[in-house]
Design a protein around this ligand. Structure first.
Ligand code: NAP
Length: 272
């Protein structure tokens, strides 16, 4: 496993994404992921699955201190009072005393960033979350956020078909880490001929190649979601090979405008 170590945090760089897992099946899937070896779990208020994720965590019987748990504040919970109240509710649903990381899920167009980050900082100071951060923030929004608060991370879409050099550069400049969501591009990666071809050289699949490519980048974490034990195991079985420079370059060359998650009314003006 690769670990990210920055600003006093230490977490497994490869985590497990839990959207759209839900209900008893969702809880079982989270427990299976922990059994398989995942120790970093990503959820969000918006996913409606915090209680199921919490059940999966509880059933795993893995000590709390060995897990890294991230959740995210919904867009309608960014006012100061809502930050405090909804985080308490997230903790209750998850069955946890504290979060490792609390993120702003999407930037707000109505509530000031200063208000939200001040409320989140108070939660961190009170011990309800160890770290705070943001998601779907552009370079400009990130500059603003680091002026207002001590944040740890920016979670954004990142995979071989999306060029994120600008936001990754800004993330590193500020000493933060970037968590890549949709890291296997929701199934596009496994079907890509170039990635499949590279994988053949190493006895690995296209998904494993793409995840390895992310893991080989400084300050980058990734949170693939997988429904089956087979995919879960494959996605974490990427720490026994290294990409040759020419293969890394071939994957770099795929990067383009392949954004998948773009929500009208929510998305900021993305960096180009
Ligand atoms: P993803 O992880 O790139 O793709 C998940 C899809 O890929 C599933 O259909 C899964 O199938 C398939 N898959 C996974 N591993 C595979 C493998 N080894 N071989 C073949 N297929 C494989 O996309 P995502 O779910 O959008 O993103 C991951 C996580 O990021 C989410 O669960 C969520 O926690 C987070 N996220 C955050 C935001 C945000 O705004 N911050 C937005 C989107 C997502 P199976 O289920 O059948 O295994």
């Amino acid at each position: 496993m690769k670990f990210i170590e920055t600003k006093g945090a230490r977490l497994p760089a490869l985590g497990f994404g839990t959207w759209p897992l839900i209900g008893a099946d969702g809880a079982r899937t989270v427990r299976t992921a922990i059994d398989v070896g995942y120790r970093h779990i990503d959820t969000a208020q918006l996913y409606g699955n915090e209680a199921d994720v919490g059940k999966g965590i509880k059933d795993s019987q893995v000590p709390r201190g060995e897990l890294w748990v991230t959740t995210k504040l919904s867009r309608d919970h960014l006012g100061a009072a809502d930050v405090a109240r909804s985080t308490d509710e997230s903790l209750r649903k998850l069955g946890l005393d504290y979060l490792d990381l609390l993120l702003i899920h999407w930037p707000s167009k109505t509530v000031s960033l200063a208000e939200t980050l001040a409320a989140m900082t108070r939660l961190r100071d009170s011990g309800k979350t160890r770290f705070i951060g943001v998601s779907n923030f552009t370079t400009g929004l990130l500059d603003e956020a680091v002026r207002l608060a001590d944040i740890l991370c920016n979670q954004v879409e990142y995979h071989p078909f999306l060029d994120q050099r600008a936001v990754l550069g800004a993330t590193r400049k500020h000493g933060l880490f970037l968590t890549a969501y949709s890291p296997v591009a929701r199934g596009q990666v496994p079907n890509d001929k170039t990635l499949q071809g590279i994988g053949k050289k190493y006895g690995k699949t296209a998904a494993q190649v793409a995840l390895r490519w992310l893991m080989e980048q400084d300050n980058v974490a990734a949170i693939p979601k997988a429904g089956s034990r087979e995919h879960m195991k494959a996605n974490i079985d990427i720490f026994d090979f290294a990409l040759a420079p020419e293969d890394r370059a071939a994957i770099d060359a795929l990067r383009g405008d392949g954004r998948i998650v773009d929500i009208a009314g929510w998305s900021p003006e993305w960096d180009r």
